[in-house]
Design a protein around this ligand. Structure first.
Ligand SMILES: Nc1nc2c(c(=O)[nH]1)N[C@H]1C(S)=C(S)[C@@H](COP(=O)(O)O)O[C@H]1N2
Ligand SMILES: [Mo]
Length: 251
């Protein structure tokens, strides 16, 4: 398994820029990789540094207004902005994708959930669906804009009688990618409608049955190939969180 490399900033980047970014952005949990993607600045490129700085300051204001405020929604985009072809990413190369039979696939439920009956793909598709075009940002240093459709995680959690006062929503994936998010991000439909269980893949190459997409978190907090979901008060960790990435990783 290759570790997901951290985004490296180019040698041209001055210490002041880095300090500024740390103080004003990283403190809030945003990686420099996410920053460079959101500003549209290639920080590893050879562009004039003050252009980058200027863009970052402008970006910082915009981000504070739009992304870091937990009561604002994730930025959405028009269909024309969707990245094609959509990019696949996992902790293994694309040719090693494991597939399941969508007809027999089930999402197992556990932990602090009243109705633990497993859900089929048809069950997931039979409840009200929501669609959103948002940006997925990977800490490796790239982003894609994609359309995520499916049942809102907050709706789903209420339907199955999840204890919404619990702290965590944990996910198991059939490619052995454990993941978990905070209940506040998963269940707060009014503030964060971004979190949803998507019942089909955004791109056919993924070949997955279901995924939990969280528009308000970095890419690695979007588990796909789901096999189980549970609600718990004990910290479940996750594949990258266990290797030192910030567990919360919100935008
Ligand atoms: N099951 C599973 N989910 C996963 C991963 C993985 O390796 N396995 N990688 C994560 C990472 S790091 C990213 S950036 C996104 C990429 O999603 P995509 O392939 O739909 O673009 O999936 C996330 N979810
Ligand atoms: Mo990622």
């Amino acid at each position: 398994m290759n570790p997901m490399p951290r985004v490296r900033l180019g040698e041209i980047e001055p210490a002041t820029l880095r300090q500024l970014a740390r103080r004003r952005l990283l403190g809030r949990g945003l990686s420099l990789g996410a920053l460079s993607l959101l500003t549209g600045c290639d920080l590893s490129g050879r562009g004039p540094i003050d252009r980058v700085l200027w863009a970052m300051l402008r970006f910082n204001d915009r981000v504070q207004a739009a992304l870091f405020n937990p009561h604002r929604l994730a930025a959405t985009f028009p269909p024309s902005a969707i990245t094609r072809p959509f990019r696949f990413n996992a902790y293994y190369p694309e040719y090693q994708i494991r597939t399941v039979d969508a007809a027999t696939w089930k999402l197992e439920l556990g932990g602090l959930i009243a109705d633990k009956r497993p859900w089929s793909l048809a069950d997931l598709r039979a409840v009200p669906q929501h669609s959103q075009i948002t940006r997925l940002i990977c800490v490796e240093g790239w982003s894609v804009i994609g359309q995520w459709s499916g049942v809102l995680l907050s709706d789903f959690l209420r339907r199955v009688g999840a204890d919404l006062r619990a702290r965590y929503v944990g996910f198991k994936c059939f490619d052995d990618y454990p993941c978990s998010i905070d209940m506040a991000s998963g269940a707060a439909s009014a503030d964060h409608p971004g979190a949803r269980l998507r019942s089909s893949a955004a791109h056919p190459a993924v070949g997955c049955a279901a995924a939990a997409a969280t528009a308000t978190k970095l890419g690695f907090k979007n588990p796909k190939y789901l096999s189980a979901m549970w609600v718990t008060n004990s910290y479940p960790g996750g594949y990258w969180a266990d290797q030192g990435y910030k567990w919360f990783s919100g935008l």
